[in-house]
Design a protein around this ligand. Structure first.
Ligand SMILES: Cc1ncc(COP(=O)(O)O)c(C=O)c1O
Length: 245
């Protein structure tokens, strides 16, 4: 973010953070979503905190917050009459769903710990397998490990990423490639593109393993052992063995 902020300040470009999946993540001691001028958070069903759908806009500029509230509530001007001077939208989250989200904010730190524990348990469970590595953690930040994402080096691992996805699926475990980058989406095929090789490489090799905070230890060990089985590595026998790794 530092180079982005420096560049944007120089050219007076406001920063809108897509912090959709970054609730609880930190950058140099500051929360993701507080580093730019505006931030969007997602509370979609797969997120670390969920209201089943919807999200939240963040800003430290009170006038922008008021404006966003106005637009999100059909741009209805104050007063009892339905009076509009500009176009608005119906983008509110209901108070029932907001209540569900607010209650979960209290356990955000616990959720982050749970997600990180799952990622590190997988990492430790694969410690002796070549060619499968947890995405690196920056020293200057806190990664929530909202998703446990690993990179597969096919030559070392012995199976491709897609092979592994299929082999896990055959054993009832859902896993997915990491997100397809924008520049590879057919929708943008005719659009100019700068760079993108890093994202393409991550998309080719990255796999998201089951990451839900509610995964039991048994389920996590099952995932570890099915990944191990995919490359004919022996299972971890006991939970203690997995925890001690
Ligand atoms: C980086 C990023 N941006 C945007 C979104 C979309 O969020 P929503 O599903 O709340 O529209 C997601 C959802 O996963 C995301 O990960």
């Amino acid at each position: 973010m530092d180079p982005i902020r420096e560049t944007c300040e120089r050219y007076e470009v406001p920063i809108v953070e897509d912090a959709a999946e970054a609730l609880g993540a930190m950058y140099k001691g500051k929360n993701a979503g507080t580093l730019g001028h505006l931030a969007a958070f997602s509370f979609n069903g797969n997120k670390i905190i969920t209201t089943t759908g919807g999200g939240m806009l963040g800003t430290q500029t009170p006038e922008w917050a008021s404006k966003a509230r106005l637009w999100a509530t059909q741009a209805r001007e104050p007063g009892v009459a339905y009076h509009h001077t500009e176009i608005g939208y119906n983008y509110r989250i209901s108070n029932v769903l907001a209540g569900i989200g607010r209650a979960q904010i209290r356990v955000l730190d616990l959720r982050v710990q749970q997600r990180r524990a799952i990622a590190f348990r997988y990492r430790d469970g694969f410690a002796d397998l070549p060619g499968i590595s947890l995405m690196p953690q920056a020293r200057y930040g806190l990664h929530t490990n909202w998703l446990s994402c690993f990179l597969i080096d096919e030559a070392q691992f012995g199976r491709s990423r897609d092979d592994l996805i299929q082999s896990l699926a055959a054993n009832g475990i859902e896993s997915r490639p990491v997100w397809k980058p924008m520049h590879l989406q057919p929708l943008y095929a005719d659009t100019q593109c700068y760079g993108g090789s890093v994202a393409s490489d991550l998309f080719r090799r990255g796999i998201c393993l089951p990451s839900s905070s509610s995964l039991s230890l048994e389920e996590q060990i099952f995932v570890i052992n099915q990944v191990r089985a995919a490359v004919s590595a022996p299972s971890l026998d006991t939970f203690h063995e997995a925890i001690a790794c």
